[in-house]
Write a protein that binds this ligand. Structure first.
Ligand code: BTN
Length: 268
């Protein structure tokens, strides 16, 4: 079935965000549209979903390929109204919420490659891109939470550049996936996450740790031109990856890129 508003709403019943959802055939990127609506005052719970994006974006300036008919490209506006430093765990919270949504709609639970990739085995199922806007007071004025999930692709449908590294929910579940049902579960999970975002931080991170496949693995950290090797020990209370480097030093990693040695060829 095509992605459509009525079907998503029917799955949501009387959900508080039922009337603040928009579905588009094509946008450049739902995150940009969400940021511009947030700037104009759109409330928390504004949800934008596209069947296709012409300029889908991922972290670190990467492209997120977003073809028609096969994926869900969804952005939500949140209004956390707190200092941005209290939102360090937001990407992790969204990750755990998306694992819940995929499990409920598709019957399997993906893992999370720290911080923002949904994965199944060695392949990427989707990604998360969180962007904050600040108010003049320095508080977060809005958070735009963007999620892309590969739903209906067969292996041959993926662009050659990512074919070895990507998977879809249908490939994993071995059955047809209803994108409208998955979108509804994503919206439910985001709302639940939003209601306890600041009060339930430690519980969220505990759930994230259980889903995070990076913990315990030998990893490489790429920052600019520098590569360091170590072991991922934990995810700390800010959502940073705690790494023991080869020289024995233990330190949190907040930025840069982490690859798991011998696995996950989609990041060099
Ligand atoms: C990543 O893999 O680095 C993150 C990908 C995030 C993709 C989603 S799709 C909806 C929203 N719009 C975008 O342009 N990006 C996010």
């Amino acid at each position: 079935m095509d992605l459509n508003l009525q079907a998503i709403q029917a799955h949501l019943g009387g959900h508080p965000w039922h009337d603040s959802i928009q579905v588009f055939d094509l946008v450049d990127t739902t995150n940009n549209l969400a940021k511009s609506l947030a700037f104009q005052g759109a409330p928390a719970g504004t949800i934008l979903i596209a069947d296709r994006q012409s300029a889908g974006r991922g972290r670190l300036g990467r492209t997120f390929l977003s073809p028609a008919g096969v994926g869900i490209y969804l952005s939500a506006i949140l209004r956390p109204n707190c200092p941005p430093g209290e939102l360090m765990h937001l990407t992790c919270a969204v990750g755990a919420a998306m694992c819940d949504a995929v499990e409920a709609a598709c019957g399997f639970r993906p893992g999370i490659k720290w911080t923002n990739d949904l994965v199944c085995g060695t392949k990427k199922l989707g990604g998360i891109l969180v962007e904050l806007g600040l108010s003049p007071s320095g508080n977060a004025d809005y958070a735009v939470v963007g999620i892309g999930i590969n739903c209906r692709q067969r292996e041959a449908d993926f662009d050659e550049s990512i074919r070895d590294m990507a998977c879809s929910a249908e490939m994993i579940a071995g059955k047809s996936i209803d994108r409208n049902l998955l979108a509804a579960h994503m919206i439910r999970a985001l709302r639940e996450m939003d209601t306890t975002l600041l009060s339930g931080k430690e519980a969220m991170l505990e759930r994230y740790r259980a889903d995070c496949i990076t913990i315990g693995k030998e990893i490489s950290i790429l920052r600019g031109d520098e590569i360091r090797h170590g072991t991922a020990l934990d995810v700390d209370e800010e959502g940073a990856l705690v790494v023991r480097y080869e020289n024995g030093q233990i330190a949190p990693v907040n930025a840069g890129e982490v690859s798991i040695r011998g696995l996950y060829g989609y990041i060099s």
